[in-house]
Design a protein around this ligand. Structure first.
Ligand code: SF4
Length: 368
């Protein structure tokens, strides 16, 4: 298979957005069943309109594992495309239209830092290297190497859709779990299960011994990696108060990547799929302030004109890395596939793939 580009990206980046639409449609038509385009809910409308399937990272992983065609074009971010490659058949190719579409949260847990933390846990006698003592769990939003790390040590991947079920699964193995890389999803999930905040210790990879005493780590039920989503961190408890004051009767619904204080004040929390469901199932006239990425909020507002749908904070809650996938990049990737060129293929190394697959398969079995 040819993996060099005959259609140069530079020629596409100068095109206006709308001029790519017809070209994308034509390329999709030529490729037919050979190609599936997956789109994350946070993608912009100009891109997601071309996806065969839309979903959160859980749903898109499932779809990637079931895709029949030769090409999976992933309109999302790097860790999602890596997961698709891990779950896809060996003869399939996964394409990420812009390799710069990363995730700042995933980047907060480098594999060398994770290995170093684990070694310290082993030295302290908290666990064996194989995971007898601590179950490691990683959020989907992490690098393939981190997924492989947890898979090899008896752990699993989870998404915001099945985080609670994954915690229950992990606690059935050990009394303690190590959650990467989003401290907020970990804290919100643990607290929702009745674990007090003082039984959850935050591990800061930039401080000696994670910034914790050995006693605190020994006592903790959950060790949380100090990572966060820069988009969801923008929502503050005062935003909830302000919206309730301004719009009496409004329901505040937020993603669990938001701070604990925000989730505590909200009417409900949930994955992007759950947030969509809550809005869809509400009666006409319902009012929502939603704490998640702005493209999804704006799309929900357009899809439900009979309801009031507002962002919880209108100060730029945009995932800039998701936004990197543009119609120009999509047209470039698809037209190259038509030419038989796989541009921006995402290939996870076989050694990493093996254990990451184990961790992802466990995720797919743990229903939310
Ligand atoms: S919204 Fe946050 S967690 Fe999701 S891809 Fe963007 S930076 Fe990463």
């Amino acid at each position: 298979m040819n993996t060099t580009s005959t259609c140069s990206l530079d020629n596409y980046l100068v095109l206006p957005d709308h001029s790519c639409d017809a070209r994308i449609r034509e390329a999709r038509e030529i490729l037919g069943d050979q190609c599936v385009v997956l789109g994350h809910h946070y993608q912009r409308d100009e891109v997601i309109q071309f996806s065969d399937y839309q979903g959160d990272s859980w749903r898109l992983s499932e779809l990637a594992s079931q895709a029949r065609g030769q090409y999976i074009v992933f309109c999302g971010v790097h860790f999602m495309a890596e997961s698709a490659d891990i779950l896809a058949r060996p003869d399939q190719s996964v394409v990420l239209p812009d390799l710069n579409a990363g995730c700042s949260m995933a980047d907060m847990a480098e594999i060398s830092q994770v290995e170093d933390a684990w070694e310290q846990f082993v030295r302290m006698g908290l666990t064996s290297d194989e995971g007898d003592g601590i179950t490691p769990l990683t959020y989907m939003n992490s690098a393939a190497a981190v997924k492989a790390f947890v898979g090899e040590r008896g752990g699993a991947v989870c998404t915001s859709s099945n985080a609670r079920a994954a915690f229950e699964w992990a606690f059935a193995r050990n009394r303690k779990l190590f959650f990467l890389p989003d401290q907020h999803l970990g804290r919100n999930t643990g607290y929702g299960m009745g674990i007090p905040l003082d039984e959850m210790a935050v591990w800061d990879p930039y401080l000696p011994q994670g910034g914790q005493t050995a006693e605190a780590l020994r006592a903790a039920r959950v060790i949380l990696w100090k990572g966060h989503c820069s988009v969801h961190m923008r929502f503050l408890p005062e935003d909830v108060d302000r919206m309730r004051q301004r719009y009496p009767g409004i329901q505040v619904i937020v993603h669990p990547e938001c701070r604990w204080e925000v989730c505590q004040k909200a009417n409900d929390t949930g994955s992007t799929d759950k947030l969509r469901r809550l809005v869809a199932e509400a009666p006409a006239g319902a009012k929502f302030a939603i704490g998640t990425e702005i493209h999804l909020v704006n799309r929900l507002a357009r899809q439900h004109p009979d309801k009031t749908i507002l962002t919880l904070n209108d100060c730029g809650c945009l995932c800039t890395t998701m936004y990197r996938i543009s119609p120009q990049h999509l047209a470039w990737a698809l037209e190259n596939l038509v030419e038989g060129n796989v541009v921006n293929p995402i290939k996870v190394r076989p050694a990493v793939k093996r254990w990451a697959r184990v961790a992802l398969d466990r995720m797919l079995q743990i229903k939310g």
